[in-house]
Design a protein around this ligand. Structure first.
Ligand code: THU
Length: 129
């Protein structure tokens, strides 16, 4: 799978973002170990803290669909904005080895990784020492 395909899936999901408050539309797509792509978008709420980010929607949906192995995640915003801290923590929990593609609305992207985005993280092993 080419990164461009995952970025395209994130852009596709972004078109379904529910962001009537911030107007900051975010789409995400995660590539599971079995080759499937699961999409997510941000879903805002009038009670602002109840908002959920696109990355966590995608990863949660993937887990709900039975996936536990993740290879890569793409996130698309208007300006190539980086994932928030909470999303980085969830990525580290579920896909510590993932490549991460951070794209803008035109599909231009940069490549990074969960390890780079959240070094020295608290993770599953931290509870079992
Ligand atoms: N948002 C995401 O979907 N992912 C992030 O990593 C950063 C922020 C959303 C949440 C909210 O709907 C909007 O972007 C503005 O914060």
């Amino acid at each position: 799978m080419k990164p461009e395909e995952l970025v395209a899936a994130a852009l596709d999901a972004r078109a379904r973002a529910y962001a009537p408050y911030s107007h900051y539309l975010v789409g995400a797509a995660v590539l599971a170990g079995d080759g499937t792509i699961i999409q997510g978008c941000n879903v805002e709420n009038a009670a602002y803290p109840a908002t959920i980010c696109a990355e966590r929607v995608a990863l949660s949906a993937a887990v709900a669909q039975g996936r536990r192995e993740f290879v890569a995640l793409a996130v698309a915003t208007r300006d190539g904005g980086a994932p928030c801290g909470t999303c980085r923590q969830v990525m580290a929990e579920l896909g510590p080895e993932m490549a991460v593609y951070i794209a803008d609305e035109h599909g231009a992207y940069r490549t990074t990784s969960v390890r780079e985005l959240l070094p020295d993280s608290f993770g599953p092993a931290s509870l079992h020492r």
